[in-house]
Design a protein around this ligand. Structure first.
Ligand code: PEP
Ligand code: MG
Length: 325
């Protein structure tokens, strides 16, 4: 079975009835480049940039970040790179930044909220990402968005950094795509009004599940509640996908659910365009996908949205997959 998965690694991510999706890798350090290039990924759907800020005493400067992003872009040889701006705070603390202790870090000053509050840090990173976009396809993605206003403010920052780069006569890709993560219920609920502001969405099921279910993603006592297959989470995913497509933008997923084979028929049926996962999961994912037909997946996804437990969703998806192996 593993050998079969290996053999499909470089084949297109295409269903039996010819529906294509994009399969991408998640990345969290430069060392993963070789593995990603051998994984069958068409692109990097999520570069977690927190690694740049951790295990050191000061924040990385623009040139240091630019060198790293540029070397990743070069190593990807034309495959698009989605750089997520620093998702600091919450479960990703950075000790040297002057941040107050919080009673609820996951509901705290984190992700894009923090970036917008500390413009020097944010603009330094945006400048480095934009400069890297002169060397190959790069996208910018913002984490933990809750409101339309946050998206507008972040885009204004990008515009102002673009102006600064023009003044400095430094090249960047004028048409680079700007997107957001859908990982806060407010953003999923307001997706129809956020979509016209951006080029793409990417669903972060780890945080989305945590916030929809009010269940700490790291608390083992809450394992049963912290389940992206819960219909409450699936309905938010379905709503986000519909809002994206109604606004003619694409939508991916970079949370752990994207690489789960039993999630594949459901997400495919809901119309997800891009699946970004741990590189080690890609071969198996493609094997599953290539045995499915979109029309049957659509029936399955419509059915599971009406179920009342995560357990019954998993059962239905497993039965479905069993019939298509
Ligand atoms: C997520 O929340 O699903 C996600 C992809 O981001 P992270 O796991 O880095 O919070
Ligand atoms: Mg997240």
């Amino acid at each position: 079975h593993v050998a079969r998965a290996e053999a499909v690694r470089d084949l297109p991510a295409e269903t039996l009835d010819g529906h294509k999706v994009r399969v991408a890798a998640n990345m969290a350090s430069v060392d993963e480049l070789g593995v990603i290039m051998r994984s069958g990924a068409q692109e990097v759907g999520l570069l977690r940039t927190e690694f740049l800020y951790m295990r050191r005493d000061t924040a990385p400067g623009e040139d240091e970040q630019y060198d790293i992003y540029r070397s990743i872009v070069a190593g990807l040889k034309g495959k698009p790179l989605t750089v997520r701006t620093a998702d600091i705070g919450g479960d990703k603390p950075v000790s040297y930044l002057d941040r107050p202790a919080e009673a609820n870090p996951n509901l705290g000053w984190r992700g894009l909220r923090y970036s917008l509050a500390v413009p020097e840090l944010f603009e330094t990173q945006l400048a480095a990402i934009l400069r890297a976009s002169a060397h190959g396809p790069v996208r910018i993605m913002f984490p933990l968005v809750s409101t339309v206003d946050e998206v507008k403010a972040a885009k204004q920052r990008v515009q102002s950094v673009m102006d600064q780069l023009r003044t400095r006569a430094l090249p960047f890709d004028e048409g680079l795509e700007i997107g957001i993560m859908i990982e806060v219920p407010a953003a999923a609920e307001m997706a129809d009004l956020i979509a016209p502001e951006v080029d793409f969405f990417s669903i972060g099921t780890n945080d989305l599940t945590q916030y929809v279910m009010a269940a700490d993603r790291a608390n083992p006592k809450l394992k049963d509640l912290f389940d992206p297959f819960n219909p409450a989470v699936l309905r938010m995913i379905a709503k986000s996908i519909k809002a994206a497509h109604d606004a003619d933008i694409w939508i991916g997923m970079c949370g752990a659910m994207a690489g789960s084979p039993i999630a594949a028929p459901i997400l495919l049926g809901l119309g997800l365009d891009e699946f970004s996962m741990t590189p080690a999961d890609i071969a198996e994912f493609k094997l599953t996908l290539r045995g499915l037909s979109l029309s049957e997946c659509r029936n399955l996804s419509a059915r599971v949205l009406g179920l009342d437990t995560a357990r019954s969703v998993r059962e239905q998806a497993s039965l479905f997959l069993g019939r298509h192996k």
